[in-house]
Design a protein. Structure first.
Length: 144
């Protein structure tokens, strides 16, 4: 392989790798359910991966909350359960739905007084190091 071909191949690989992954994600229908008192809020959205590589959501943060975690709700033998998860996969060409009674965000300790109708930015962090800021609409406990 000539020097010029090697340089072009290296450049192509760098460009290809830098444009894959979280850069191919779109967030839709992002909203947060506020609960009364000091109860944690729950966040929901759809993440659409239009790329050819799967993407892993590995972290979440927001200046509007003291802590944000990824969680999964499930029901086993009529008993509701919730557990923290470390990462969520978004398949290539697929959609990950964070929704009630499924995967969702748990948002703890709001940093300011929040009300339905407000908007808060939540930053999603991916395994390739990229970050995606998403604006969430705040709703009341009924989801309205």
């Amino acid at each position: 392989m000539t020097g010029m071909r090697r340089i072009l191949l290296t450049l192509w690989l760098v460009l290809y790798c830098s444009t894959s992954g979280a850069a191919d994600l779109t967030a839709r229908q992002a909203w947060i359910r506020l609960l009364p008192g000091d109860l944690p809020a729950a966040g929901y959205l759809e993440l659409v991966n239009s790329g050819t590589n799967r993407v892993q959501l590995v972290g979440v943060q927001s200046t509007g909350f003291g802590a944000v975690e990824l969680h999964e709700s499930s029901e086993q033998s009529g008993v509701a359960r919730m557990r923290r998860v470390d990462r969520l996969q978004i398949p290539a060409g697929g959609t990950l739905r964070l929704k009630p009674r499924g995967y969702h965000l748990m948002l703890f300790r709001p940093t300011a007084k929040l009300q339905p109708g407000d908007r808060v930015t939540v930053t999603l962090e991916f395994s390739d190091g990229t970050r995606l800021p998403v604006e969430f609409l705040l709703r009341d406990a009924t989801g309205q």
